[in-house]
Design a binder for this molecule. Structure first.
Ligand code: NDP
Ligand code: 2IT
Length: 444
């Protein structure tokens, strides 16, 4: 059996009940097959793929906290330090009831290749908890974040592991986490990114993932002779990534017409009103029904369904496995020309293959949502030099990074005979730098 197939089997066997982790490993390993199979025996002897698919360190901990009624709750806390070959572990923290070890491992694994693609010196990690922030008071959120940090602080540091936000973790949570880290360690350092501007945050970090997604989408379309201007865009999600993807889509002359949350979705024929969306989601933390209530022409639907709306470009920006094979079929039927992932692994492997086979340009999240972590790395640079850059400076660097990512993965795809297969291109381009660093550093 080939080394790649053997590794996939071993990962499935050794990590039972972690389907998302299996899926992420399969996607990457299938893509890097042409690299590995050139020198399979050498890699097998060095157990390269065993090391690549086994986290360097997995930290699991108890998070007890007290709610406003005095009731004690216990959640599971995770930090997976996946690979530090090219820099300190870097990656977000997710707070969502669906979080489990397999989900954090899939996210940490993806982060390794994403961070490599940015061209910046950051390794891959991810963490989080099955804590559900929905409906909690600010005091309860603080109690949870402080308890979470009481354990996590032992394993992180500005040169060691630098967490940030993800689903359920935004500016409020990063503030509470940072305050507790500082209290425990007495260190005022760039240990977290996505910080507030008054205590070391970077301008444009809030916007970075969504903006970066649109910069790379525009570049991919341009490379294929297509103009983003005038295109109808369908977006899922209504959180950090979706909101700023919608904002930048407008700025680049496209028209975003949908957004969604975990209970329903909105189609607004006039295009999504960004100010209203921010008011509903960022300020009031409310449901999308409140968006529809303010916009007589907007339609609100319960459940899922944004992919049934006719569009030119689709941007899944909510969560993993939210774009399934039937959604891919609907997109193709409606003439969609490009799918760019804002979320991590939102498209199933089957749906991805269907889109690619039907000529839809498809760019995977590890490339197209890398603007968030890239700007986190820019925040780390600013913290190290104790300076802050202007919004324009950070935004220009972000745009340059996204354009570079596209051309690097486009070139890798061509070099290995997979022209226009941006999944293969992204995985190979991300992998090669990690491979080189791992080879140089010996058996560790
Ligand atoms: P947010 O918490 O800000 O928003 C998440 C959005 O997705 C919300 O609208 C939420 O709905 C919806 N959502 C979450 N889980 C589900 C689910 N199981 N089913 C349906 N809808 C769901 O998170 P982000 O915008 O930060 O993250 C979105 C995606 O982007 C994630 O995959 C994340 O890993 C990825 N990402 C984020 C980056 C960042 O910088 N923040 C960087 C790169 C990738 P509701 O409001 O009802 O909870
Ligand atoms: O998935 C991701 O890249 C993030 N959630 C952002 C990570 C970061 O360190 O900014």
């Amino acid at each position: 059996m080939s080394y790649i197939d053997e590794t996939i089997e071993r990962v499935i066997q050794q990590n039972p009940s972690q389907p998302e982790f299996h899926q992420a490993v399969k996607e990457v390993l299938e893509s890097i097959r042409p690299v590995i199979e050139k020198d399979e025996e050498k890699y097998r002897k060095n157990a390269l793929l065993e090391r690549l698919t086994t986290p360097e360190r997995q930290i699991l901990f108890r998070v007890p906290w007290v709610d406003d009624n005095g009731q004690v709750h216990v959640n599971n806390g995770y930090r997976i330090q996946f690979n530090s070959a090219i820099g300190p572990y870097k990656g977000g923290l997710r707070l969502h009831p669906s979080v489990n070890l397999g989900i954090i491992k899939f996210l940490g694994f993806e982060q390794v290749f994403k961070n490599s693609l940015t061209g910046l010196p950051i390794g891959g990690g991810k963490g989080g908890s099955d804590f559900d922030p929905k409906g909690k008071s600010d005091r309860e959120i603080m109690a949870f974040c402080q308890s979470f940090m009481n354990e996590l602080y032992k394993y992180i540091g500005a040169n060691e592991d630098v967490p940030a936000g993800d689903i359920g973790v935004g500016g409020r949570e990063i503030g509470f986490l940072y305050g507790q880290y500082k209290r425990l360690t007495n260190q005022y350092e760039g240990v977290l990114t996505g910080k507030g501007l008054s205590y070391g945050g970077s301008l444009a970090r809030t916007q970075a993932t969504g903006y970066g997604l649109l910069y790379i989408t525009e570049e991919m379309l341009k490379a294929n002779g297509i103009d983003l201007k005038g295109k109808t865009v369908v977006v899922s999600g209504a959180g950090n990534v979706a909101t700023y993807a919608i904002e930048k889509a407008w700025q680049l002359g496209a028209k975003p017409v949908t957004c969604s949350d975990s209970t329903g979705w909105v189609y607004d024929p006039d295009g999504i009103d960004v100010a209203l969306l921010k008011e509903v989601k960022e300020v009031r933390r409310a449901r999308l029904t409140e968006y529809a209530a303010k916009k007589p022409k907007a339609q609100y639907h319960e459940g899922r369904g944004v992919w049934s709306v006719k569009c030119d470009v689709a941007l899944p920006c909510a969560t993993q496995n939210e774009l399934l094979i039937d959604d891919a079929k609907a997109l193709v039927k409606n003439g969609c020309i490009a799918v760019a992932e804002g979320a991590n692994m939102p498209t199933t492997i089957e749906a991805t293959q269907y889109l690619q086979q039907n000529g839809v340009l498809f760019i995977p999240g590890k490339a197209s949502n890398a603007g968030g972590v890239a700007t986190s790395a820019l925040e780390m640079s600013q913290n190290s030099e104790r300076l802050s850059w202007t919004f324009e400076e950070v935004d220009a660097k972000l745009k340059g990074i996204m354009i570079n990512i596209f051309h690097n993965l486009d070139k890798a795809a061509k070099d290995y005979g997979y022209e226009k297969n941006y999944v293969v291109g992204a995985n190979i381009a991300g992998f090669l730098k990690v491979l080189d660093a791992m080879n140089c550093q010996g058996i560790v």
